[in-house]
Design a protein around this ligand. Structure first.
Ligand SMILES: Nc1ncnc2c1ncn2[C@@H]1O[C@H](COP(=O)(O)OS(=O)(=O)O)[C@@H](OP(=O)(O)O)[C@H]1O
Length: 573
């Protein structure tokens, strides 16, 4: 038998309300609806399927206050994370949200009504208190930032009735609800299950750790990775799930099961560890691994940890009797090359050689294509990671040339296009200012606002192409620093961005202008022309500055190629 859920009863609202589904569906069609955000949707899914038992809805003020202050719902039950439905004053007014009202909760992805909330109360949370008590208060903590920057001013509390489950289109077969997982364990005859939480790829150390934890208790393993929302910058869940799938056959004798958890993490360290344990208990696990710095968000900008390395372990220890799931505290595993085995760090005798590869080092090796040794990970796992992290020579990038009309930026862009095509290995996209203007920005003029919009479009296209692995060459005037910076930020989400300032002086650009465009600007035929009667902000930190009046197009292209070469972006021929 699987572990009893938190509070004794699995609050599987989907199953509970199934007989009334049609009735609720029809009612919701006539109700006002709150369209849920991504995080609210994740929370809703785990309320509806019982993953957050004993919750049956979003917290009302009494429960919220108890959870924030004391890790307790109003009835005294242990619960450590405030699960709240935040709305703006405008939404409250528009939808007429007040105590007693029934409001539909809608999925923004497909406009389906998933539940009805009967409103208990609408209240204004003390965000400062929530930030401090729940997350420790550091304004740089991602959940605190989210609380201040994204969460609306009011919370709506109330119980839910379930209309339907959320639709998923990825890894459907691995998305077990708590009830499904419990049934699965029953079918397998598993009575002891050690759950392992992760938001990262798993390697040999994790496999050794989980097998060790299970063997010591004659238990099985639930690999229970988070696929809802994790920390920005984490490896995407698509890649991670392929990693877990590749790792699974490495467990002895079918010891482990893989199930995906649609949780929106808060990176709340100790609070999060208690919450995670409750969630795993609800999914039927009897044991839960809590490692070093469990669910911690790393360091703040001053280099300080948000939590102590073992704060999460102390927190679960404090509530061990009430938790009803045995917490397995774990040290970091380290590799002992002389005996070719993994051991928890605290069990390694002094003087014994150990080897580790940090997350940063791993990312570097993936980026550069450097070897990842077999003692660290399995070849099939590394293969999956390499597919999603091609070496620099196969990654996309954007060369963003900025400068005055006839500065030579277009000639450099065209010549670079030819040079990169000759090199091969990537598709090359050329976004010349005038082409973008005719194909994408036909309705825009040359006011600051329109220019920003134009650069915004170029940045969007460049970032999408960079994501797809292309070499992008953009050559608009882009006279404003802010818009160029925005373009950099957008592209750098997916690849490298290089700002090339074509700093050919105005006099030269004007003197050599065979199209007569400067003449038109001078005699007033074209108004607000950059360099003539409209400003050009000189880039503060260009990656390269070239000047056609002093050298030539060939030299400029060569300099750019050398830059790309030095960055490892060009195939080593
Ligand atoms: N008022 C005014 N100011 C500046 N440029 C003007 C203007 N009117 C038309 N043009 C011609 O439009 C071409 C494309 O400009 P951009 O899209 O690169 O400008 S911006 O980056 O949006 O500011 C640009 O050509 P290239 O510089 O050759 O691309 C200009 O010649």
């Amino acid at each position: 038998m699987a572990n009893p859920p938190h509070g004794g009863v699995l609050k599987d609202l989907i199953a509970r309300d199934a007989p009334r589904r049609k009735e609720l569906y029809d009612e919701a069609e006539k109700l006002q609806a709150i369209v849920l955000t991504e995080r609210q949707l994740c929370d809703l899914e785990l309320i509806l399927n019982g993953g957050f038992s004993p919750l049956e809805g979003f917290l009302n003020e009494k429960d919220y206050n108890g959870v924030v202050a004391d890790n307790r719902l109003a009835d005294g039950a242990l619960f450590s994370m405030p699960i709240t439905l935040d709305v703006s004053q405008q939404t409250i007014d528009n939808l007429g949200i007040k105590a007693g009202a029934r409001v539909a909760l809608r999925d923004f992805r497909d406009d389906r009504n998933l539940a009805i909330i009967t409103v208990d109360d609408v209240y204004r949370p003390d965000k400062q208190k929530e930030a401090k008590e729940v997350f420790g208060g550091d304004p740089e903590h991602p959940a605190v930032k989210y609380l201040y920057e994204t969460v609306q001013e009011f919370y709506v509390g109330g119980k839910l009735e379930a209309i339907d489950r959320l639709e998923h289109y990825d890894y459907v077969g691995l998305r077990y609800t708590p009830a499904e997982l419990r049934l699965h364990f029953d079918k397998l005859g598993w009575s002891k299950v050690v759950a392992f939480q992760t938001r990262n790829p798993m390697h040999r150390a994790h496999r050794e750790l989980t097998v060790r934890a299970a063997r010591a208790r004659q238990a099985n393993v639930l690999i229970h990775p988070v696929v809802g929302l994790t920390k920005p910058g984490d490896i995407d869940h698509f890649t991670r799930v392929r990693v877990y799938q590749a790792l699974l056959p490495r467990y002895p004798n079918g010891m482990a099961v893989l199930g995906l958890l649609p949780l929106a993490m808060r990176m709340g360290g100790p609070r999060e560890a208690i919450w995670h344990a409750i969630i795993r208990k609800n999914h039927g696990a009897t044991h839960f691994i809590v490692g070093r710095d469990h669910a911690g968000p790393g360091k703040n900008s001053k280099g300080e940890e948000f939590y102590g390395p073992y704060d999460a372990q102390y927190a679960v220890e404090k509530y061990r009797d009430e938790l009803g799931i045995e917490v397995v505290p774990f040290q970091m595993m380290t590799y002992l090359p002389d005996s070719d085995e993994y051991k928890p760090k605290d069990e390694v005798k002094e003087g014994i050689r150990t080897l580790d590869i940090s997350g940063t080092e791993l990312r570097k090796r993936l980026r550069t294509g450097q070897e990842i040794p077999e003692w660290f990970s399995y070849p099939e796992v590394v293969r999956v990671l390499r597919e999603s992290h091609p070496p620099r020579s196969q990654q996309g990038f954007t060369i963003f040339l900025t400068g005055l009309t006839n500065s030579g930026k277009d000639a450099i862009a065209r010549a670079l296009n030819v040079t990169l095509n000759q090199q091969g290995g990537r598709s090359v996209s050329l976004l010349l200012g005038e082409n973008v203007r005719s194909e994408l920005s036909g309705e825009l003029g040359f006011s600051r606002e329109d220019r920003d919009r134009n650069i915004g479009r170029i940045a969007f296209v460049a970032s999408e192409l960079t994501k797809a692995g292309a070499a992008v060459i953009a050559a608009p005037i882009a006279p404003f620093e802010q818009a160029r910076q925005h373009a950099r930020e957008l592209v750098e989400k997916y690849g490298s961005f290089y700002l090339i300032h074509v700093a050919t002086p105005l006099e030269y650009a004007e003197k050599t202008d065979r199209r007569g465009i400067y003449a038109k600007a001078r005699n007033g035929e074209i108004k607000g022309f950059t360099g003539v009667d409209d400003p050009y902000e000189v880039p503060q930190k260009a990656d390269l500055t070239v000047d056609i009046s002093k050298s030539n197009v060939r030299t400029a292209v060569h300099q750019i190629i050398l830059l790309l070469e030095a960055e490892g972006l060009l195939e080593q021929l």
